[in-house]
Design a protein around this ligand. Structure first.
Ligand code: SF4
Ligand code: SF4
Ligand code: SF4
Length: 400
């Protein structure tokens, strides 16, 4: 029997008792007991004089959609979980939200969803419009189906560095999910919505705050500020813009990180980030506004040296920020092959066959295309000084 059929043999009270007895927790950012959440929705519906219902979705704050894979991999499981949650609170109103950009997914789910009388909607969940309903995570619905199918194991769904999402049991350390190379090279970790020090890998998954399923390992080739700016930009794109704190706060936070990567960071950016970020956490109604500033707050708190290098010394320690690094061709290693000159999209490299090539970094974007084709490793990107290099055509081996 399927999980749904199992649940259909039970009374509403028995379903609720089973959910409470198994201790199923709400997945994602909200956490807490699912039984408590379902009961609270009934109480709210009564108080607000609204009809209750079940709404399953990702958290609004989820911009990576890693946990959408749980739905894509087994849509029937999620739909059964939604139907079981609805049975627990005695409602026929069931909605599954997918991100606005996932129209193909929404279309492909329509027929299957109709079998469980679940309506499929696209876009962020409007909390106000759904007062009185139990909003549960897609992953919680999958857990519910597992529970009533007899396969429930408390755990966390995780995707490491974009690899396929998988459920790992509670108690598993984050480090156990990384390859040997990733463990050795990790300089920072993005765990959910936070920028963490590499030693956070010692945490068990259920305590690591991986609410969106995302673990990203940053090595010496990643710039913490650039990664923070990227995450803020993703949140900016996702924000519906209705709340001033979320809309304006994200613009300001992302702007400051961008300025820092461009060598225009100011000393008061740290204080401003803290002030705006904390205000966003407390003054916004949905998970996006409440969590999107955390990446900037934690990055500045956990990596102060990185920010000091960018803002005060105008250096990017990872040599990623184009405006804060230098590039040159080492005359001792250039063999005059000309490969770099051919690939440079901005004509920054000059030379002739058999001559040491010269790089004018005025228009150079530090795109790295030339370094990829240079077989002798003569092209150097550095945060340090540029040594003496030829300023006119010089035959290979003749530069002194
Ligand atoms: S916090 Fe406000 S503006 Fe931001 S996504 Fe949520 S509802 Fe929209
Ligand atoms: S690709 Fe490298 S070796 Fe060849 S000309 Fe350019 S810098 Fe010199
Ligand atoms: S880094 Fe890119 S833009 Fe700069 S010289 Fe090399 S190929 Fe040209």
């Amino acid at each position: 029997m399927s999980a749904y059929e199992n649940a259909k043999t039970m009374s509403r009270e028995e379903i609720m008792e089973k959910i409470a007895a198994l201790g199923i927790q709400e997945a994602g950012l909200c956490g807490g007991s699912l039984a408590g959440r379902l009961a609270a929705s009934l109480a709210e519906a009564e108080e607000e004089k609204k009809e209750t219902g079940i709404v399953a979705a990702l958290n609004n704050a989820d911009t990576d959609y890693a946990l959408l894979e749980v739905l894509k991999n087994d849509p029937e499981k999620v739909l059964q979980g939604i139907a079981i949650a609805a049975m627990a609170i005695g409602t026929e109103r069931k909605t599954l939200h997918v991100p606005e950009s996932e129209t193909e997914l929404a279309d492909s789910l329509a027929q299957l969803a109709a079998n469980y009388q679940v309506e499929v909607a696209a876009g962020l969940v409007n909390l106000r419009a759904n007062k009185g309903k139990a909003i549960i995570h897609i992953v919680t619905a999958a857990d519910l189906a597992d529970a009533f199918g007899g396969e429930y194991v408390p755990g966390v769904y995780v995707s490491v560095n974009g690899r396929p999402v998988k459920k790992v049991p509670n108690g598993t350390k984050v480090a156990d999910l990384l390859s040997e190379e990733e463990r050795a090279e990790a300089r920072a970790l993005i765990l959910g919505y936070r920028m963490c020090k590499a030693d956070a890998a010692a945490l068990p998954v259920e305590e690591a705050g991986i609410a969106n399923g995302v673990v990203k390992v940053l090595t010496s080739h990643h710039c913490v500020v650039v990664e923070t700016e990227k995450q803020l930009m993703a949140s900016r794109k996702q924000s519906c813009g209705k709340c001033v704190f979320c809309r304006e706060g994200l613009i300001q936070l992302q702007y400051m990180q961008k300025e820092i990567t461009q060598g225009r960071g100011k000393a008061d950016f740290a204080d401003l980030t803290k002030e705006i970020g904390e205000a966003m956490c407390f003054s916004t109604p949905c998970t996006l506004g409440q969590n999107s500033a955390k990446i900037a707050l934690t990055a500045m708190e956990n990596f102060p040296a990185e920010y000091e290098a960018h803002i005060k010394k105008k250096k990017c320690p990872s040599a990623v920020c184009a405006k804060l690094v230098n590039i040159y061709i080492d005359p001792k290693h250039c063999n005059g092959c000309g490969a770099c000159e051919t690939v440079c999209p901005y004509d920054c490299i000059e030379g002739q066959p058999g001559y040491i090539h010269m790089l004018d970094d005025f228009d150079c974007t530090k795109c790295g295309k030339c370094t990829e084709v240079c077989e002798t490793g003569a092209i150097v990107i550095t945060t340090g000084r540029v040594p003496r290099v030829p300023y006119r055509l010089t035959k290979v081996g003749r530069f002194r």
